[in-house]
Design a protein around this ligand. Structure first.
Ligand code: FDA
Length: 309
């Protein structure tokens, strides 16, 4: 019920206008988004790198419908890649195809993304394509395969454990040798194509995690769920799989205690640092995933507003 209400708020232009105009919501977003500029993301990356955490940086934005905005987003990614290269940050980049112009046309996407790829390749920086709504899954995988066949192989994508199709997609990515980030899935998807019960999503996650860790190319296990992290830790220990063969991935501002603990235990941990003006839908997704975050973030925002945060 609450999740549906948050999803509604996320998609309502009126709610968005009302909420993003308040300093309170802006303060709330700080928990998850370090700032709106490239500099703020670089600063947060430096701090995480100093703690032994790897980073993936994401310029927030999706569903871009006009070419100038999609080009501007690509320009920001280029600036970001230049910064990572110049300062030798332990970081790579995650981007969304609909932000790069996938909904405008596949040819525009290829041209716009091509500029980003060229800079990433010049610096030897890995590029990850985030996964969005299921309406875009096949198109995203097709675009990845096309780029792969053209020789761009420092790329990878994300597969969502809640989709029934993901078992086949995991097999295909293993066959290709492309890096996969495995996550539960953050969007609202119908029962015909997606598992709805959390226990079953977890079960499928563990099943897919085992395949990826055993046979895949350096998978990213993206979750804050102690059950899934525990299952991965047990599985690699029982099967003699070294910590260098995979990494855990978590979001900026979520379970920082666990992030540090895993680093101390010798695991690779990568933190996803989103930044930019488009923080509202991102914040709403974090709320929908875990309504308890509303309370936690409200407390932090109030603390900051009153000088305690
Ligand atoms: P979930 O939110 O289900 O929580 C499970 C448990 O984790 C909780 O019961 C609690 O114990 C603990 N927990 C979680 N948050 C906490 C908090 N703030 N404080 C304390 N405990 C907390 N999705 C997608 O569709 N496409 C994508 O490309 C990506 N990319 C992506 C990258 C990275 C790095 C991450 C971590 C996640 C994504 N996701 C994503 C989102 C993903 O699909 C999923 O929605 C979220 O990670 C939430 O699921 P979890 O398994 O992390 O924990």
């Amino acid at each position: 019920m609450l999740r549906k209400a948050i999803n509604f708020l996320s998609n309502s232009p009126t709610a968005k206008k009302l909420l993003t105009d308040t300093p309170f919501t802006r303060a709330m977003s700080k928990q998850f988004v370090p700032g709106e500029t490239v500099d703020s993301a670089v600063e947060a990356t430096r701090e995480d790198n100093a703690l032994g955490l790897k980073v993936t940086m994401n310029y927030l934005g999706e569903s871009v419908e006009d070419e100038p905005s999609a080009r501007a987003a690509a320009d920001t990614y280029i600036q970001l890649l230049e910064e990572i290269g110049a300062h030798k940050l332990d970081a790579n980049v995650s981007l969304k195809f609909t932000q790069m112009g996938q909904d405008i046309s596949e040819s525009f996407l290829a041209e716009n993304l091509g500029r980003v790829l060229e800079v990433a390749e010049r610096h030897g920086i890995f590029l990850r394509f985030d996964m969005e709504y299921s309406s875009h899954t096949q198109r995203t995988l097709d675009a990845l395969e096309k780029l792969w066949a053209q020789g761009h192989q420092n790329i990878g994508t994300v597969l969502q454990a809640y989709l029934y199709r993901t078992e086949g997609d995991v097999a295909r990515m293993i066959e290709l040798g492309a890096r996969v980030r495995l996550c539960k899935g953050a969007y609202s998807e119908p029962a015909a194509i997606a598992i709805q019960e959390m226990d079953k999503i977890r079960e499928n996650y563990i099943h897919l995690m085992k395949r990826l860790v055993s046979e895949g190319n350096y998978p990213g296990l993206a979750t804050h769920d102690p059950k899934l992290i525990g299952a991965a830790v047990d599985y690699v220990a029982q099967n003699g799989i070294g910590a260098e063969r995979f990494e855990f991935q978590m979001l900026h501002g979520v379970r920082t205690d666990l992030q540090k603990q895993l680093v101390a235990d010798g695991y690779n941990v990568r933190v996803y640092i989103p930044f930019g003006e488009m923080w509202y839908p991102y914040l709403m997704r974090r709320m929908a995933e875990r309504p308890a975050n509303i309370l936690m973030i409200s407390r932090a925002a109030i603390g900051r507003a009153f000088g305690r945060g």
